[in-house]
Write a protein that binds this ligand. Structure first.
Ligand code: SAM
Length: 240
């Protein structure tokens, strides 16, 4: 084949890849409520390692099987290394974008303790979860925090990458800054105030309706008393 032929084929391939990329970006933007929710951006670098380290410290010390989830798990950057390291615990990723979800499923091939579920993380049931991780947009921190505050059990720990969540009780912040770029991890548990409110909500719930419309009820008998103690692990901790 001539040099011109090779250049033409290369140009066509690059053009095709660029069109696919643009189509995906458009799909992703629409899928994420036109900017209301964060698109797929994988965790990477120091903050990713610190998120994993924080979860690792909790999982390592637990004497019970724990249920761990990543809300908007992307291709499993946070869940996959943990699922490989802790076969005794269960990992569930919720993701509504089919592209990272498929990538995650492919990477998880052979792992029995991880499930990728296609769905909206604002509509799931978190009552059985022991550890919740997320890397969401700042604007989602308030509504998501409210849903979690009303629906997680008392021993559940929530770890948020980059942005704070509302309504939960902050246990600590971890400084993940690198090269002068400020980056933080926020660690929470169920707020005492919200616990009071949620009792009120539960009482109302008996007469009215459910606080959260769940897409899929996640059932498990998993409990963990060790979690509260374990959340004290971690580096560069600023205690509250
Ligand atoms: C910033 S990425 C984080 C991905 C992954 N957690 C990580 O740390 O690598 C946020 C992900 O959440 C997904 N997402 C955003 N809103 C969602 C929603 N309401 N339900 C399910 N997934 C959502 C996006 O598609 C995206 O893949």
């Amino acid at each position: 084949m001539s040099c011109n032929g090779i250049v033409t084929i290369l140009a066509l391939l690059i053009g095709f890849a660029a069109i696919l990329y643009l189509l995906y970006q458009t799909y992703s933007y629409i899928k994420c409520g036109c900017g209301k929710y964060g698109p797929f951006v994988s965790s990477y670098g120091k903050i990713k390692e610190d998120m994993i380290e924080e979860a690792r410290a909790i999982l390592k010390k637990s004497k019970h099987k724990m249920k761990v989830t990543d809300l908007g798990c992307g291709s499993g950057a946070l869940l996959l290394p943990l699922a490989k390291e802790f076969p005794e615990h269960e990992f569930i990723g919720y993701e509504w974008d089919i592209v990272p979800l498929t990538m995650g499923k492919i990477k998880a091939a052979g792992l029995k303790n991880i499930t990728f579920i296609k769905g909206d993380y604002m509509k799931q049931d978190y009552r059985d979860m022991d550890l919740i991780m997320c890397y969401i947009l700042k604007v989602t921190g308030e509504p998501l925090g409210k849903i979690l505050a009303e629906n997680i059990k008392e021993s559940c720990v929530v770890i948020s990458e980059m942005f704070p969540l509302g309504h939960l009780e902050e246990i600590k912040q971890i400084d993940s800054s690198i090269y002068g770029v400020p980056e933080k991890i926020f660690v929470y548990r169920k707020s005492k105030v919200e616990k009071g409110n949620s009792k009120k909500v539960s009482a109302e719930k008996k007469t009215n309706s459910q606080p959260v419309k769940t897409e899929k009820a996640v059932k498990s008998k998993t409990t963990s008393k060790a979690v509260k103690k374990n959340v004290k692990g971690g580096k560069n901790v600023k205690k509250k």
